[in-house]
Design a protein around this ligand. Structure first.
Ligand code: NAI
Ligand code: MG
Length: 340
């Protein structure tokens, strides 16, 4: 029965999480049920259940499967607990944040976009020591932040990007930095980028861009980009920009990838304003599932799912967030029709 299935942890999450994760479960079933799901709790759902937003059995499950699909988790504002997403990233050393964006609905402001952004997930200003220094009578007169990048991590993330390019038939990797100003912090990144690029010469082309120029070009001429690899903070900003090119959060999938574990999730949050209403767009979660299928080497199923999503959208069906009237159920049924 379950012998050929790939064990994977499934976290329904908070808010709209359970609704959109249910859509994924049904769609995977229609694809021949490639995953053996181990359902676990995290976030508010876990707090309600056992008082811990990230219970040990959930961590243990991910440690064993090395693979998880996660619904969005609500992080209480001000106090409460630490971001579970950041904790998971650290716990499993998920060094690469993968954010592909391709145009699914033609006719928008930007057509035929197909860009993959690879963001370093563990270092930079996200790992910074921050503090204030007093001056005169102002205790916060000076704010100091000391981020760091290690050569080893720079190399690992750039290698990941080039490797991804080779495996996914991509032609070019752009290393994005600010080495003209942050000469050490991002100069090291560029230095390693150039070294790694040499090893892929003839297979994948490489160029580099300063982050501000890159931001402008992404708006003026995004089609020049194929794979972008960049440091943590720049990746955070550019990945949202790129999501905007293809219609926003409802269409943006993501993956956090490490040597021993990978966690797939939509970029959007738990959308408490529409939770339980049956109107959430499940596409970002479904696109994350497509990434997950690719990651485990089931390219056949990834293509079936991706093709099904294209065909489904070609019929004109849309959820409310992208200008339609369809609910989660309608969209899921329309997709099931295409892939069955
Ligand atoms: P959000 O992404 O949940 O919502 C922003 C807006 O987009 C809302 O109007 C929402 O209704 C809409 N929206 C989001 N996803 C949608 C979907 N699939 N279909 C239709 N509409 C959608 O961001 P917000 O409101 O800032 O955060 C809400 C909660 O989610 C917070 O507790 C936040 O910490 C958490 N969050 C969790 C993330 C994760 O677990 N990966 C990521 C981002 C936020
Ligand atoms: Mg962000």
């Amino acid at each position: 029965m379950a012998e050929n299935k790939i064990p994977a942890t499934l976290i329904p999450g908070d808010g709209i999480g359970p609704e959109i994760v249910e859509a994924v479960v049904e769609v995977c079933e229609a694809l021949g049920a490639p995953f053996a799901w181990d359902r676990q709790l995290a976030g508010l759902a876990a707090v309600a259940d056992c008082g811990d937003p990230l219970p040990l059995p959930t961590l243990e499950s991910i440690r064993q499967t090395g693979l998880a699909l996660k619904g969005p988790l609500t992080t209480p504002v001000g106090g409460g607990f630490k971001s579970i997403n950041v904790t998971l990233r650290k716990e499993f050393e998920l060094f690469a944040n993968l954010r592909p964006a391709r145009t699914l609905i033609p006719g928008g402001r930007f057509d035929a976009i197909d860009i993959v952004l690879v963001r370093e997930n563990l270092e930079g200003f996200y790992a910074a020591m921050e503090h204030y220094m007093p001056l005169d009578h102002d205790p916060k007169a000076i704010a100091i932040s000391t981020g760091f990048n290690t050569r080893a991590e720079c190399r690992r993330i750039v290698e990941y990007a080039f490797d991804y390019a080779v495996k996914n038939g991509r032609k070019k990797v752009t290393v994005v930095h600010k080495a003209n100003i942050l000469k050490a912090l991002t100069g090291l990144f560029l230095e390693e980028g150039r070294k790694v690029a040499k090893e892929y010469e003839g297979r994948v082309a490489m160029n580099d861009r300063i982050v501000d120029a890159c931001a402008m070009q992404l708006v003026l001429d995004p089609w020049q980009y194929d794979v972008i690899v960049t440091t943590n903070l720049f990746g955070d900003i550019l990945s949202d920009l790129i999501a905007g090119l293809v219609g926003g959060l409802g269409m943006a999938p993501g993956a956090n990838i490490g040597e021993n574990a990978a966690i797939f999730e939509a970029v959007h949050g738990s959308a408490p304003d529409i939770a339980g209403k049956g109107v959430a767009n499940p596409l970002a979660m479904l696109l994350s599932t497509e990434l997950m299928l690719r990651h485990v080497g089931r390219l056949d199923l990834a293509q079936r799912l991706g093709g099904g999503i294209d065909a489904m959208l070609a019929t004109g069906i849309r959820t409310r967030d992208i200008g339609g009237t369809a609910g989660t159920r309608d969209l899921t049924d329309a997709l099931l029709q295409q892939i069955r």
